[in-house]
Every structure is written in structure tokens, then in C-alpha cells.
Design a protein around this ligand. Structure first.
Ligand code: FES
Ligand SMILES: [Fe+2]
Length: 393
């Protein structure tokens, strides 16, 4: 855990709050408008980002016990994520070694083997091929070489990263750039998943821009949670991953002189984004909770969908707390669907008119600068240079 880093950020946020300042980027950034709709650009992003970067595809809370699995699709690849009998989380392409049928339907459950619905070949949770139908008739072959195709996978801080490309050589730890140590301060490994829901949205970068944007809060969200929110932001980054929080005016006095007593809950306030597709933000409906939003590009440049997960520190223990959690979760669906993404979908349409050459990110929107710079860098980086990019930032 990196409590010291949290404290440093808090001191910095307090200093800025008291001085009435924010750190600013040197220049206003112009991003070509076509980056949000050009088909060629989008295909490059899919190939070089979504099929090459580790994606945060599951929470430990979803696959807590050995045999717990989750079958899903990401970047067009059917994937099974499973906790094996030794407790290690693994990911496989959801594809039988016989003739390629998908083994499991999308969804989750608990099993000690994956059996193919086509000819009943079966695999254990370590991916080994353990059963072949009518083996004498089928003929001899080396079963040990025909297990499931394993994908790079890492469980850290109660979250599970999977690279949806079996040939990837990018070390997930390197990609995380130490950010997982900050996320460990939440203690997600013991949290409880209350619910998930899906919201459709615009181009994935428009959606991602929004999660790092505090500038819009009192304006776009004036009818919901926004009117009392400050619109200033302070950004911190670890590789391509960023935390955004607000200046903390007068907080030193409130928190007291003993920093060891400053509550972690307060120190982790704000939004934590995980490149290229996740945002984590704190709420308190039904008890301490976060919404973890997993963004996935849709079938076209102008579409995406977001899986919202309401992860709670403790399972709500009364009818009232369950109702409060439900209300909070529904409120978050409403805000994202009817305010953020409704605006984003119209923004998408306007951009697609081609009438403007570029959009702008102000000196106060440094998160957008960092994000778009990383998108550009990764797109331009060859496979063999990818690790170097994460070593040097
Ligand atoms: S395709 Fe799976 S057993 Fe035949
Ligand atoms: Fe918003």
C-alpha cells in the first residue's frame, strides 16, 4: 500500500485549495475531431489498444471461491476467467481445442470443469484437457499440448487484469506502473459486488474524457448532484493511469495535525481511472461503496457500452441499506445515461458532421492531455517496443 503517496497528494490538494490555485498544463491541447469518428483511426485503437493492453475485466468479488468463473466477451474475444483449484485466477480463450466451439455461455457460476457443448471434451480449471469423447475412435494425440489457450492474467488490489491476446508479451505489472499499490488502499479484495448494469454510450474516448472531467460537474449535472461541486481538478498519473481529485480548501484544520489519523476513505476521494477503460468513484448509498465503470468500445467508432458495477465495502445488512444501495445505483445509471452519455451521443453526432477540425482541452483539463497523449503513443508503438514505452513512461 502507498499511504505515503496518498498523504502527499492530500497535502498538495490542501495547499492548492488554501491558495485558490490548481496545477495547469502549459498549453491548451487541440485534439483532431476526427479521432472520435474516423474508421481507420478507430481500427488502429482496437488493434493496438484494446487487443494489446491488459483490460480490467473482473473484480475478485465476482470469483471469490475456487471454481468460480465468469465468461464474457472483450475486444471481440470470448474469454473465461476462473479461480483455479489452488486459488490462482486464470484467463483462457473460451474455445475448445477440438474444433473451436465456445465452452461456456456468457455469465458466471462455479464449476470444476468446462465441458464443450459440441462433443463433450472437457477441461479442468487449470485449462488442461482432461476428457475426450470416444478416444479410441478419435485417435491418439498429445492431450498435454491441447489444453485451453491461456491469456496473460493478473489479480491485484482485488481486481483482475486480462490481456485479450495470447501472444502478448507485455508484463501486466509493468503496464500498471505501480498504480495497483495505490488501488490497494481501498481493500477491494474483501468487498461485495451489489449489482451490475449496462449503459450505452458514444465513442469510447468521449466517455473516458467525461470520467476525468470535473470541469463539467456543476454545469451538466446541475439538476442532480452537481450544483455544489467545485469545477476544479488536480490530476496525478502513474503511467497512463490517472487519479483526479479536487482542491481541499481548509481541510488541514478539519483533519488535524496527526496525519496518521487522516482517514483513508477521505484520502482516496475523487475518481481513479485505469487506462484504457475503467473509472472508479466513491459513493455512500447503503454504506461505503464505489462504482466501477468498465467501458467497452461498441461495433462502430461512434458507440460504446459501459458495465457499471456497484462494489460495496460490506454487504448491506438491512432492508433499508439494500434500498439505499439500489437507489444510489439507479441514480448513477440515470446520471450517466441521461446526462453524461446523452450529451456525449449528441456531441458524437456533431463531431461526425466534420464541421470542426479539432476539440480543445484547457490548461485545467490536464487529465485529457495525458490520456490523449498515451492513446497516440500506444497506437504508434510497435509490439517489440511496447515494454520500453511503459518503462520510460
Ligand atoms: S468442438 Fe468441442 S468437443 Fe468438439
Ligand atoms: Fe459527468
Amino acid at each position: 500500500m502507498s499511504r505515503e503517496q496518498l498523504l502527499q497528494m492530500a497535502r498538495n490538494n490542501i495547499a492548492h485549495g488554501d491558495a485558490g490555485t490548481i496545477p495547469q498544463a502549459k498549453e491548451i491541447l487541440k485534439v483532431p475531431a476526427c479521432n472520435y469518428y474516423d474508421e481507420g483511426r478507430w481500427k488502429l485503437e482496437m488493434k493496438n489498444i484494446f487487443n494489446r493492453m491488459p483490460l480490467m475485466l473482473a473484480m475478485s468479488a465476482e470469483i471469490r471461491k475456487p471454481g468460480d468463473y465468469k465468461a464474457m466477451e472483450a475486444s471481440g474475444i470470448p474469454i473465461i476467467i476462473v479461480r483455479d483449484k489452488n486459488g490462482q485466477v486464470r484467463a483462457f480463450v473460451n474455445m475448445c481445442s477440438h474444433r473451436g466451439a465456445q465452452l461456456m455461455e456468457e455469465g458466471s457460476g462455479n464449476t470444476h470443469r468446462f465441458t464443450c457443448p459440441y462433443h463433450a471434451w472437457s477441461y479442468n480449471t487449470e485449462g488442461d484437457l482432461i476428457g475426450v469423447l470416444a478416444p479410441k475412435d478419435f485417435g491418439e494425440f498429445d492431450k498435454t499440448e491441447n489444453g485451453l489457450e491461456e491469456l496473460p492474467c493478473l489479480e491485484k488490489a482485488g481486481l483482475v487484469w486480462v490481456t485479450p491476446n495470447p501472444h502478448s508479451t507485455l508484463d501486466i505489472n509493468l503496464f500498471l506502473s505501480g498504480y495497483d499499490q495505490l488501488l490497494e488502499n481501498f481493500g477491494f479484495e474483501d468487498w461485495y459486488l451489489f449489482g451490475t448494469q449496462r449503459v450505452d454510450g458514444p465513442n469510447w474516448k468521449i466517455a473516458y474524457d467525461g470520467y476525468m472531467d470535473l470541469y463539467h460537474l456543476p454545469i451538466l449535472h446541475k439538476n442532480t448532484f452537481g450544483p455544489d461541486f467545485p469545477n476544479q481538478a488536480i490530476y496525478y498519473s502513474w503511467g497512463p493511469h490517472q487519479r483526479v481529485s479536487g482542491p481541499m480548501k481548509g481541510m488541514a484544520k478539519m483533519l488535524g495535525p496527526d496525519e496518521s489519523q487522516w482517514p483513508t476513505e477521505l484520502l482516496v476521494a475523487g475518481v481513479w481511472t485505469i487506462f484504457p477503460h475503467v473509472s472508479i468513484a466513491g459513493f455512500d448509498g447503503g454504506g461505503r461503496a464505489v462504482m466501477i465503470s468498465q467501458l467497452f468500445p461498441g461495433e462502430t467508432p461512434g458507440t460504446s457500452y459501459t458495465v457499471q458495477n456497484y462494489l460495496m465495502e460490506k454487504e448491506p445488512s438491512s432492508e433499508k441499506l439494500i434500498r439505499d444501495a439500489q437507489n444510489q445505483f439507479e441514480f448513477l445509471r440515470y446520471v450517466v445515461q441521461e446526462e453524461d452519455y446523452a450529451t456525449g451521443l449528441k456531441q458524437q453526432k456533431a463531431l461526425e458532421s466534420g464541421a470542426k477540425e479539432y476539440v480543445m482541452f484547457g490548461k485545467n483539463e490536464e487529465g485529457g492531455h495525458n490520456f490523449h497523449r498515451w492513446v497516440d503513443h500506444i497506437i504508434d508503438t510497435k509490439d517489440e517496443d511496447l515494454s520500453k514505452l511503459f518503462m520510460t513512461g
